[in-house]
Design a protein around this ligand. Structure first.
Ligand SMILES: [Zn+2]
Length: 168
């Protein structure tokens, strides 16, 4: 298996008085949540800067990626370009809450990027199609009718009843 694109050698930075070093990480991934997955056909691209800090390496920058989303209302598919900012510390401490691991002279930014990519996804996807807005308005109408005590006369059944009676 090829070496992971996410594995970065930072021997030139750790414990040294070095200048921050830019690096670009690009890879195809299959990360996602229920209604939104990263398009496996489009590589995510992380523009990162690696900074030497006491005890490790700080990583800043941003990741751009494309997701295939499903509208929660009409279930239509959408494609969305997204961007998430990155800021994290890699060090040799055991505190996983504060930092990611620095192992030997390497850092693996996969977990960091996965965390930020998934965190940036909205829980609910909503398309902007006018046909979807129609569905939304119908939903609002139904909720209004249901919430209204006087709603019976305006319910679809009442309208139908009026219509049938007017036929006589
Ligand atoms: Zn929709």
């Amino acid at each position: 298996m090829a070496k992971s694109a996410f594995l970065l050698n930072v021997a030139d930075l750790v414990g040294r008085d070095a200048s921050p070093r830019p690096v670009v990480v690009a890879a195809s991934v299959d990360w996602g949540i229920e209604m939104s997955v990263v398009d496996p056909e489009v590589e995510i691209v992380a523009d990162l800067i690696l900074h030497p800090v006491s005890g490790g390496v700080a990583v800043t920058g941003a990741v751009t990626y494309t997701t295939l989303d499903t509208c929660f209302r009409c279930l239509d598919a959408m494609r969305t370009e997204r961007r998430a900012s990155i800021g994290a510390l890699f060090d040799t401490s055991d505190d996983d809450d504060e930092s990611y691991p620095l192992v030997g002279n390497e850092i693996d930014v996969e977990q960091l990027l996965r965390d930020e990519v998934l965190l940036a996804l909205p829980v609910v996807q909503e398309c902007q199609k006018s046909s979807c807005a129609v569905v939304r308005n119908v939903q609002v109408d139904l909720e209004t009718v249901t919430a209204d005590d006087e709603g019976e006369s305006r319910s679809p059944f009442a309208v139908l009843k009026d219509f049938l009676e007017s036929e006589d």
